[in-house]
Design a binder for this molecule. Structure first.
Ligand code: DLL
Length: 432
């Protein structure tokens, strides 16, 4: 089932034409009326007339999160205040906060993107969707909320926190789907176990729409196995609008609405455009944005554009699961490792639960990595020799697959911190 078949299944060449037309119009208008883009383009020696094909996007300079910070809060907005109908803002945990704004049209295509996405995973008017992303300045709650209402689902706007109450509501209302961070779902699962709730037996939950932070295929298997649900990946950033794009029922990559966003994947070191299938840094151009235009934004997420067509029939470009951010990569004694690779290796071991924490320190010139992992209740034992041999096995798996020497510490179920919003699983004390 499609939400907007005409666009979602448009022939690829037609989509490219549409993208080019939108891009050309956007650049001409920004050059004429937006000081930031005018100056940037002038600085790079590019005029609107130099844009004669979609490939010419590459002539334009990049834009960075820094630009938003330096123009805090609204200096980069492209419309008068009277046309802004909503603001969201980042928490500013990695620097000064950034503010994003929306016109009525911005909210309309954001909601349309989510309506297409939710439809593609079979969420519609028969569903009761609990939105357990934070409501407020974070885009997750309100974004999913309006998308879900648009497809006719009944929304339970529970936001994060008060987990026991959320679980009661989930049972009482017969919630069929939930949208939240993967780490919050795992937390819910732990709280449910303590309350004696078995998801399969005691709830109607069938689907979860998980995102806002990196998570892995092995985490997906673990969550699905223990809760008896199907989990789907959802992606987006506040600069793009918020949560927007999901996998479809096929679950082989995230469909990007090509009429809304144009995606390039670049080599993080050389900046060269990579072929489809090659993994690199995402650079995005939003084709319909009014309040806060985004052109060639270096989003820093690592992904690839998939080569093959999706059997679902949608022709929109697809990206692979985000494996981390260009600025997330840890270099431990000269070895590059993404936290997601560590998660993938850990989650494949059945003895390990879903919680872990990575800590990196430096002693003189040497880096040290400590990984605390919670083990499953049925595996946890007082027998020291069993625990020592499990710990050694985890250390050797990490060495075998990632070539990193980490000290593993086993933790009892429930010992590590839980997260209601985005998880913070890496503490790099070298950069503090
Ligand atoms: O996290 C929007 C969102 C809300 C997406 C709810 C999905 C669900 P920001 O707070 O601006 O926006 O954070 C964006 O989060 O650049 C990625 O690094 C990361 N991220 C988001 N979704 C995923 C995902 C929201 N599915 C940043 N997988 C992005 C991996 C993700 N990382």
């Amino acid at each position: 089932m499609y939400w907007n078949e005409k666009i979602e299944c448009m022939p690829v060449e037609d989509l490219k034409k549409l993208q080019y037309q939108s891009f050309k119009a956007l650049v001409s208008s920004l050059y004429g009326f937006n000081k930031f883009y005018h100056d940037r383009m002038k600085g790079a020696g590019v005029l609107p007339d130099d844009i004669r094909s979609l490939e010419d996007v590459q002539k334009l300079p990049f834009m960075y999160k820094e630009d938003l910070r330096n123009n805090y809060p609204t200096k980069m907005f492209n419309v008068p205040n009277t046309e802004i109908v909503r603001f969201h803002a980042s928490s500013g945990t990695s620097g000064k906060p950034t503010v994003v704004g929306y016109t009525k049209n911005d909210l309309a295509y954001w909601t349309e993107a989510l309506a297409r996405s939710l439809t593609s995973i079979g969420i519609g008017s028969d569903d009761i969707l609990q939105v357990s992303y934070g409501y407020g300045l974070f885009t997750g709650g309100l974004g999913l909320h309006y998308g879900a209402e648009k497809v006719g689902a009944s929304v339970v706007p529970s936001s994060t926190g008060n987990t026991e109450r959320q679980l009661e509501l989930m049972q009482d209302l017969g919630v069929t789907a939930i949208a939240c961070t993967p780490s919050y779902l795992i937390h819910m699962n732990t709280v449910a176990a303590k309350m004696g709730i078995d998801f399969r037996r005691d709830t109607c939950l069938k689907k979860a729409v998980l995102g806002a932070e990196p998570w892995t295929e092995s985490m997906r298997s673990k969550v699905e196995g223990s809760m008896g649900i199907r989990a789907y990946d959802i992606y987006g950033t506040s600069e793009q609008a918020g949560p927007m794009f999901t996998e479809c029922e096929e679950r082989n990559g995230i469909h990007i609405a090509g009429d809304i966003m144009y995606t390039e994947i670049l080599d993080p070191e050389t900046g060269e455009l990579l072929e489809n299938g090659e993994r690199g840094e995402m650079v995005v151009t939003m084709l319909k944005k009014e309040a806060l235009p985004i052109i060639r934004f270096k989003i820093k997420d690592i992904s690839s554009i998939l080569k093959d067509e999706c059997p679902c029939g949608r022709t929109s470009p697809r990206i692979s699961r985000i494996t981390g951010r260009a600025d997330d990569m840890l270099i431990i004694r000269g070895i590059n490792v993404f936290p997601s690779q560590i998660e993938y290796t850990l989650m494949r071991m059945p003895e390990i639960g879903e919680q872990y924490m990575i800590e990196v320190t430096r002693d003189g010139a040497l880096d040290h990595m400590k990984i605390q992992v919670e083990i499953r209740p049925e595996v946890f034992s007082d027998k020291v020799s069993d625990m020592v041999s499990l710990r050694t096995r985890i250390e050797s798996e990490l060495k075998k697959y990632l070539d990193i020497a980490a000290v593993v510490e086993l933790r009892a179920p429930g010992e590590l911190p839980r997260f209601e919003g985005k998880a913070k699983r890496v503490i790099d004390k070298r950069v503090m």
